[in-house]
Design a protein around this ligand. Sequence first.
Ligand code: AP5
Ligand code: MG
Ligand code: ZN
Length: 215
Amino acid sequence: MHFILVGLPGAGKGTQAVNLVEKYQIPHISTGDMFRAALKNETPLGLEARKYMDRGELVPDEVTIGIVRERLQEDDCTKGFLLDGFPRTIPQAEALDGIIDSLNLNLDGVISIEVPEADLLQRLSGRRVCRSCGAAFHILYNPPHKEGVCDQCGGELYQRDDDKEEVIKNRLDVNREKTQVLKDYYNQAGLLREVDGTGEFTEVFKRICQVIEGK
Ligand code: AP5
Ligand code: MG
Ligand code: ZN
């Protein structure tokens, strides 16, 4: 079960991925999460990535491809993976094809979560994330039981630096065209499946499961 989740910032990739990897027992590989973890630990990778993330720009392909290549070589990826936020550019997609080939794996599908841009701004500006476990909440659509506190682990909730309004706009500008080009690439390969990402979290989840199970 080797799948990719594609979608503009705020489309719900991370939210859906958490439940999908639990259901299908495959690793969740999110380049954004990997960069944020590196930043938290103040590693050279994290400090390098921060320069781009804070402005809503993409981290250079060589850096991003390097960390994914390393991750996909780990044993747990042989039975499956769910990539979230990678690839985002054609060089990344081509590099991924090469990595998958060299590991004798097959890509089963690319799921694009479709949400109108008008909704994305609201989803992103209201998102709050747990500093300890990374769980994502939304002040209106998925509020924590206690304001500012993570339901899962009791950690402190914060707003991502790139969820400030000025940066959100730039992230959408940077990703809009790239996402379309990427979808075209996978459509030509016969792998693209578009899923309506609006409505209840559980409804979106069901739609994605149907695609994964080929129903
Ligand atoms: P990354 O962390 O991947 O950010 P992103 O792509 O901008 O996507 P998000 O994580 O913001 O959105 P999401 O789709 O996961 O939405 P979520 O589920 O949280 O990347 C961050 C940065 O790292 C990039 O800008 C770049 O600099 C760098 N980077 C990462 N990968 C890279 C790559 N491959 N190449 C180069 N650079 C890279 O949901 C959002 C909110 O909406 C939440 O609050 C949630 O509760 C809410 N929500 C979710 N579903 C629903 C629903 N159905 N109804 C109502 N609200 C909902
Ligand atoms: Mg995410
Ligand atoms: Zn937490």
